[in-house]
Design a protein around this ligand. Sequence first.
Ligand code: AHR
Length: 333
Amino acid sequence: MSRWLWLTLYPMKTPLVRVFAALTGAAIVLFAGVVSAPGADAKKAIVVGFVQTGAESAWRTANTESMKSEATKRGIELKFADGQSKQENQIRAIRSFVTQGVDAIVLAPIVETGWEGVLREAKRAHIPVVNMDRPIKTADESLYITFIGSDFYKEGEMVADWLAKNAGGRTKIVELQGEPGSAAANERRRAFADAMKKHPEFKVIDSQTGNFRRSDGKQVMEALIKKHGKEIEILYAHNDDMALGAIQAIEEAGLKPGKDILIVTIDAIKEAVQAVVDGKINCTVECNPLFGPKIYGTIEKILNKETVEKKMYNKDELFDATNAAAALPTRQY
Ligand code: AHR
């Protein structure tokens, strides 16, 4: 069956409609073959609906850019929806992509839960969903074809392990959490808390959300410094943007980031790796956002009816004073 006909029939719901559409479609294909051969079955561009969380961080900007530029490179028609940090916007966008009959949907969900209803609509329309970046929580794993992203739990563990080896007797920690309800914040927090149980000398004296945003990171850190003063010895930020915002607050309070307060964080954006080189951040664990090639490669396989793995994790590194300078020139985001 031609790709055009397959795409036409895919979203059809009732068997009767399918039969009718098949006959009509076949007739149109035959007719097209008669009037416009040769080359009538020209390859139609794949249409992908991409539902992004928003633009909360430099990481996110790099991720959006990777998805857009790779789509252009591959001749994929990308329909982009910005969730603007609201799940209801993302749900509406998925619904609209289903109505438009896109070939595949990529979902970077803001929060972990509450996706079943709308993903069932996509499944009923036979539109494959790729869950990107933040995993969703669902009892029905058939609602998405595959997950592609980083292992957030592992990232939190890597930060905690680094601290256990390098904190040099400092023990009092404040934590800046990411977006409430997001897998990235939940897992990074859980992993760190679990690791801390093995190191009872450490104590998280305060933990608040900075929503993965630089401005919030600064504001919350100002409040934390006001509240705890010099008691704060370590800052664990769930992403670099919040850490970089907090650094401004720390400096404005007359303290030295990376020295008076150790700073450990996640993402490894170029600016943070530079801050490691400058001694203002002590370690940043990578969370690579450049998955455009992997996402579209996987979608092409899915549409070719090839089997893909259910979960695919990126391999992430850690940067500290030992390797940041060497890594800096090749950082791509
Ligand atoms: O989901 C990944 C997280 O979302 C990144 O760590 C953060 O910077 C982003 O906004």
